[in-house]
Design a protein around this ligand. Structure first.
Ligand SMILES: Cc1cc2nc3c(=O)[nH]c(=O)nc-3n(C[C@H](O)[C@H](O)[C@H](O)COP(=O)(O)OP(=O)(O)OC[C@H]3O[C@@H](n4cnc5c(N)ncnc54)[C@H](O)[C@@H]3O)c2cc1C
Length: 406
């Protein structure tokens, strides 16, 4: 039995290890000059490799139950055990996010690539597969090409092209876990400033979600964990041409009223202090400047009445921005949409249109929340596809044996 795996990323490498370990001949094609480029940069170089608690609710797909079998069968315990056997111990944070004990993504990439090679998989780098017809001589082909996110790391839409060659349906793709571009001059003025804030997502004027966490301003808009976390819902809404706004609370540690009272009292007690001086005691410099500018207030102004303090406090806790776009596939961590999973067997990841072709990982219409879920799905789908290929390998060998006995 000879299998071609297209893509030496997370799902392709794990599939290659499992197949090669069981004696399947594996050619692993990778267009980049080295494998596992996304793993190497993942989790800010630490690789949030999985999550101790995997649930279908942590994933988005037009076919929401599709992931259920995979994440329950190849759950965190099974994955952790496999990694330990390969020589990679893991550690988990209280919230469930799991990392390599080394805390370095390099060790993950290294162990996967070395293991695949040691078990006999043939890694062929700088080889881009252009069409499935090039791989006619293989008994099975696994499409592990990922999505079009992060083109500098090998992200491309080849997997969708391969799927279309077979007549598969593609669910429209969109960037997820991505920064947001805002239609406003102020983010640029606050570029580089960061707060522990709160972001509320409004779609067609209705509040959908509120998330706490880092908010970081940049020339085009906003990034940071809170923004990445709402980006999935925001991106789908933008794809559907809905009106998307975010309302930022830049100081959730105080209520709007507490801020107003603080501004008023400080101004009364210290009449020589400017508005800039007072607000800068609450917020970073660039944000203070932008708050004042957005309200047409002079930073050197010293007088401050109740009406004005309320206005400033409201701006700090409820600053509304129109989201014009996401920051695009190039900057996104993952992509939503992809190969329609209703045409894929959820237990084997084989195409229902051509059973010896498999689709695994991010090329499928499955995207996870931030927290290690995307790798978790890549591992689980790679594992189940390998198990199915191995079962064919065993039955083929059995058949040959039976035939030779006759
Ligand atoms: C910056 C960043 C940080 C991330 N951090 C995390 C994290 O901490 N935790 C988490 O769970 N997820 C994280 N992700 C998401 C995670 O990396 C992906 O979900 C995961 O890598 C998907 O695995 P995959 O095997 O489907 O695709 P990939 O890992 O993208 O691998 C696909 C491979 O296929 C190759 N390829 C494509 N087409 C062809 C072709 N025609 N011929 C040959 N080769 C081809 C590509 O070059 C690539 O190497 C992050 C992503 C990014 C971009």
């Amino acid at each position: 039995m000879k299998v071609a795996i297209i893509g030496a990323g997370a799902s392709g490498l794990l599939c290659a290890i499992e197949c090669a370990k069981s004696g399947v001949e594996v050619d692993l094609y990778e267009q980049n000059n080295k494998p596992a480029k996304k793993i190497l940069v993942s989790g800010n170089g630490r690789c949030n490799i999985s999550n101790t608690s995997l649930d279908a609710a942590d994933f988005f797909s037009q076919n929401p139950n599709f992931v259920e079998y995979a994440i329950k069968t190849f759950n965190f315990k099974a994955f952790e055990k496999m990694m330990l056997t390969l020589g990679l111990p893991l550690t988990a944070l209280e919230d469930g996010r799991a990392y390599p004990l080394s805390n370095e993504a390099k060790s993950v990439a290294n162990i996967l690539v070395q293991s695949a090679k040691n078990f006999g998989a043939n890694l062929i780098t700088e080889h881009k597969v252009n069409s499935l017809s090039e791989l006619k001589n293989y008994d099975a082909v696994v499409v592990a090409t990922g999505s079009e996110t992060a083109s500098h790391l090998g992200g491309c839409d080849d997997g969708y092209k391969f799927a279309k060659e077979l007549g598969h349906n593609i669910i429209p793709t969109y960037p997820s876990l991505v920064q947001l571009e805002l239609d406003s001059p102020y983010p640029k003025k606050m570029s580089g400033a960061k707060v522990e804030g709160e972001v509320s997502l409004h779609i067609n004027g209705i509040k959908e979600q509120t998330i706490s966490g880092d908010i970081l301003f940049s020339d085009y808009g906003v990034s940071g964990f809170a923004i990445l976390d709402i980006s999935q819902t925001a991106s789908v809404a933008l794809l559907n041409a809905q009106a998307v706004d975010i309302v930022l609370n830049l100081l959730p540690k105080m209520t709007t009223q507490q801020i107003a009272v603080f501004l008023l009292n400080t101004s009364k007690n210290n009449p020589s202090l400017t508005l800039f001086d007072i607000i800068h005691n609450l917020l970073p410099l660039k944000i203070t400047q932008a708050v004042l500018l957005s309200l047409n207030l002079s930073p050197t102004q010293t007088t401050c009445d109740t009406k004005l303090t309320k206005k400033i406090a409201n701006r700090i806790t409820q600053w509304k921005f129109e989201v014009s776009d996401t920051h695009g596939f190039r900057h996104a961590e993952v992509s939503g949409g992809g190969v329609d999973t209703t045409q894929i067997n959820p237990k084997t990841f084989a195409s229902k249109l051509q059973p010896n072709i498999y689709f695994i990982g991010e090329v499928l219409d499955v995207v996870g929340r931030r927290g290690g879920y995307n790798f978790a799905f890549a591992w689980a789908s790679g594992y189940l596809a390998a198990k199915d290929i191995i079962s064919y390998n065993c039955s083929t060998q059995l058949q040959v044996k039976t035939q030779s006995k006759k």
